[in-house]
Design a protein around this ligand. Structure first.
Ligand SMILES: [Zn+2]
Length: 604
């Protein structure tokens, strides 16, 4: 399943621009000044977030040059203000203020993803570099036949080919082709790292990577160690999955896939080998058929898009959360309009940071969309739960939490749940579980090492541990170390393969996706326990459990007002992240994988 865009009205927006003439007062600031500053931020943030959300909503629902320009303008105003506040908040570092105000000031300081240097020339250069790298990626195309424009493939075409083709030569050509788009931005990336580090240093951080890690309520180095600890927990399961998939792909492709050693990065159904769901048919167990098709059932019952969303709402009502406001039904987009261009990528919106929540989705009668609806609504319920806090706190406990909530609820869309809401007569028996679990593992377990390594690479680039001459080699070293994948052909220094992943040229931090992947299983396990589930975890739905809903809401309503370990403890009774919930969830699969790979090499 693709990651779904979450549009936060909080401080997540990134581009910082130069603040000219930031007035410095000579008198030492007082607690009263700090309070006044935060009050002003609250009011202005509310207004700018509202403007940006409205402009963004209209731009994505009516794509025209004008709406895009208005959207860009509103976003810029929001970013400019965030950047200004980050710099101004430093003034109050030595002022004694109440704890919740101190937290707000700290959050303002760590809110930036990109800090521009105070030198106006350098600042402008940096802003232009990011736009330019984005542009190169966005326009990126590979043309197998340079004489024929119609042969050119953009990332959507490449994605489709990698997902569906089983012709190794064709896949390899497309893989290599897509990786030709990024060498031109290698020099830009090097300069970008230099300048963004300069800006981060001016804000008091060692480098840009340290600034990103500072968002996590712990020392940057401690956070890095924490991630490694989580990965070590789940690595044995990944190794089993890796060994099994290697064995099956060897059967399919022959010696292109070695019997031991790393998997070829191009044959996993995804250009970055981050989600292996698309090769499910090549690795599926013999009795993989789930015994029912929700997609068929939705079609047979003629469930409309609204019916499907209503079913999603009923899930949340069943755990005790208040129904969605009338405006949700009036203002959301549920169907692809026939008369205009819209961005159909599913997303959840919080327009006024209070009650005007919406989703924007082009719903099809499919099992996937049914699950996605539950996911998107998770964002909306989170947004509404924290809507009385100061604006700076109206966000998730850390950036992994928002995605994790939607996915946690989607884990409760089980066959038993479908039986309870009358969509299915009878849940398939346990012998069918391996297929469901394997298909979920190809998505969620396969993703983990990739989710981790993108920022491992960037943090080392920002800190200087990886030099520009080592960019590509270090990238493949990390991919080998964590994912156990290798490129289909030698990747020398002339390439810049990290740049072929959207989030690198776009400068979007990536660790949040790793965290969300870990957290959702931890939440699910804790809520399943609260709900009194006696079934295996993958069979448990928290549907109708008011107690589980209460616990969940306790955490949601904290927003960003407390350190994330406190929010975590509200649901799990522990303030430590714990990847063992993933092992519990996939326990039957892990056992099965061990049997399948008996006598086969494991690891690379
Ligand atoms: Zn989402």
């Amino acid at each position: 399943m693709l990651h779904r865009l979450f549009v936060a009205a909080g401080l997540a927006l990134s581009i910082a621009v130069i603040i000219a003439g930031c007035q410095a007062s000579t008198a030492a600031p007082t607690a009263q000044d700090a309070k006044q500053f935060l009050d002003e931020v609250d009011t202005t943030l509310n207004r700018l977030a509202l403007d940006a959300s409205r402009a963004g909503w209209v731009a994505q629902n009516f794509i025209t040059v004008d709406t895009e320009a208005m959207d860009a303008r509103a976003t810029q105003a929001f970013s400019d203000a965030s950047s200004r506040w980050a710099k101004q908040a430093v003034r109050f570092d030595n002022v004694e203020v109440p704890a919740d105000q101190r937290r707000q000031l700290n959050l303002l300081k760590v809110s930036l993803v990109l800090a521009t240097p105070s030198d106006p020339k350098e600042s402008e250069e940096l802003t232009n570099l990011v736009s330019s790298m984005r542009g190169v990626y966005g326009k990126g195309k590979w043309c197998p036949d340079s004489a024929k424009a119609e042969s050119c493939m953009n990332i959507d075409d490449i994605t489709k080919l990698l997902a569906t083709s089983r012709n190794e030569k064709e896949i390899r050509a497309a893989w290599e082709g897509w990786h030709t788009i990024s060498p031109p931005i290698k020099k830009d990336y090097q300069r970008f790292a230099e300048l963004s580090n300069k800006g981060a240093k001016e804000l008091g951080f060692a480098d840009t990577g340290a600034m990103w890690r500072a968002k996590y309520d712990m020392a940057p180095d401690a956070f890095t160690k924490e991630l490694d600890r989580l990965w070590d927990q789940v690595r044995p399961l990944y190794l089993q999955l890796h060994a099994y998939v290697r064995m099956k792909l060897h059967q399919k492709y022959g010696d292109v896939v070695p019997q031991k050693g790393p998997l070829p990065a191009h044959l996993l159904g995804n250009i970055w080998a981050q989600d292996w769901s698309n090769v499910y048919d090549l690795v599926a167990p013999a009795n993989a058929d789930a015994g029912f098709s929700l997609t068929d059932i939705l079609k047979r019952r003629k469930m409309s898009a609204i019916d499907m969303v209503k079913a999603g709402e009923r899930f949340y009502s069943s755990i005790g959360l208040a129904p969605l406001p009338q405006t949700f039904w009036e203002r959301s987009l549920f169907l692809r309009p026939k008369d205009r261009e819209v961005v159909c990528h599913a997303s959840a919106w919080d327009i006024d940071s209070v009650n005007d929540v919406r989703i924007k989705m082009c719903i099809d009668q499919t099992a996937e969309d049914f699950s996605t609806i539950h996911h998107e609504l998770g964002h909306n319920y989170y947004q509404r739960a924290y809507n009385t806090l100061p604006m700076i706190f109206r966000d998730s406990a850390n950036d992994g939490f928002h995605e994790a909530i939607g996915d946690t609820i989607a884990l409760s869309v089980t066959p038993e749940y479908l039986v309870k809401i009358g969509l299915l007569d009878k849940a398939p028996d346990a012998s069918r579980d391996i297929g469901l679990l394997l298909s979920r593992a190809l998505e969620k377990v396969a993703f983990l090492p990739f989710g981790l390594l993108i920022d491992q690479w960037r943090w080392k680039v920002f800190s200087g541990e990886i030099t520009p001459a080592q960019y590509n080699q270090a990238w493949w070293d990390l991919r080998l170390k964590y994912q156990g994948v290798a490129p289909p052909s030698p990747r020398g220094d002339e390439f810049f393969d990290p740049g072929a992943k959207y989030h690198v040229p776009d400068n979007t931090p990536y660790t949040r996706y790793f965290l969300a992947d870990i957290l959702q299983f931890q939440f699910h396990r804790a809520l399943a326990k609260t709900a009194g589930c006696t079934t295996p975890l993958h069979r448990c739905s928290i549907y109708e459990s008011k107690q589980a809903g209460q616990r969940l809401n306790n955490m949601l309503s904290m927003g960003l007002s407390k350190p994330w370990p406190d929010a975590l403890a509200a649901v799990t009774d522990s303030n430590e992240m714990d990847a063992s919930a993933i092992l519990d969830y996939f326990a039957p699969l892990q056992k099965w994988l061990q049997e399948q790979t008996k006598g086969q090499p494991v690891g690379w």
